[in-house]
Design a protein around this ligand. Structure first.
Ligand code: GLN
Length: 267
């Protein structure tokens, strides 16, 4: 009798452990994220749609370079693409929490972010630049940011640069004003509430175009950065995205997508 009980117990334990394994979503998912995506028939991406030309809204739809690249990934896997627009600094936490399969957000690869997510190969080179109010002669080079009030988008590499917590550069600003959206930082710049905005070069070009005669760019760049897609740590989706990046680069489609959103007629 005891023997039978022990057997039943062992069998029950084995069964419940197996059940845990299969419904323990997260581990099963990151073990083979690609299989899980195919099974679900859908791939989910998080972004912050405040970053033209990479991601911005057309009505309710998120469009831009990253949206097109994401669509190519979904097409390659034969699944539907679902994009969710969230705060930029919530993107990596969303991946960590298993809320999305990947993130494309004009996101620069940094050592710090690599601790919390994996990155694909890079697909775009970028840099941080400084925007000032037109005619501002106070700031004509990066060092002139010393003692100034600078607007950034929270959690971006521009934020890290200006905050300069690790003392990696020799800039010492008076105050970093953190915004959820770059567009609000640019409004405050035009209104004279802040001295400068630090942001990525391509979105900066867009703001210059939208606010002609009101703002200008300082000629020196602050950083060199590379954009990549981010995936939850260990996700095999990175390999799939790399294949798509390579395919699009080799075929010239990558440049076509970039041109579509950056050429003069697109701006
Ligand atoms: N490239 C910058 C970063 O990775 C800004 C990205 C963004 O604001 N979408 O921090």
């Amino acid at each position: 009798m005891k023997k039978i009980m022990a057997l039943v117990l062992a069998a029950t334990m084995a069964l419940s452990m197996a059940a845990c394994g299969s419904k323990g979503g997260k581990s099963a998912k990151s073990d083979d994220a690609v299989a899980a995506i195919k099974k679900a028939g859908k791939i989910t991406m998080v972004t912050n749609a405040e970053f033209r030309p990479f991601e911005y809204k057309d009505g309710n739809k998120v469009i831009g370079i990253d949206a097109d690249l994401a669509q190519a990934v979904a097409d390659d896997l034969g699944v539907k693409l679902e994009i969710t627009d969230i705060a930029f600094d919530s993107c990596i936490p969303a991946l960590k929490a298993g809320k999305a399969d990947f993130c494309m957000a004009g996101m620069s690869v940094t050592e710090d972010r690599k601790k919390n997510a994996d990155f694909t190969n890079t697909y775009f080179n970028a840099s941080q630049v400084i925007l000032v109010k037109k005619g501002n002669t106070d700031i004509s080079k990066p060092k002139d940011l010393d003692g100034k009030v600078v607007g950034v988008q929270q959690g971006t590499t521009g934020d890290t640069y200006c905050t300069n917590e690790d003392g990696k550069n020799d800039i010492s600003v008076k105050e970093v004003k953190r915004y959820q959206k770059f567009v609000d930082a640019v409004s405050d710049l035009i209104a004279g509430r802040i001295d400068a905005v630090v942001l990525d070069d391509y979105p900066a070009k867009q703001f210059l175009k939208d606010n002609e005669g009101k703002i200008e760019k300082v000629s020196d760049n602050l950083t060199t950065e590379e954009y990549a897609a981010a995936v939850p740590k260990g996700s095999n989706l990175a390999g799939e995205i790399n294949k798509v990046i390579k395919k699009l680069s080799d075929s010239g489609e990558m440049n076509q997508i970039i041109d579509k959103y950056t050429s003069d007629s697109a701006q």
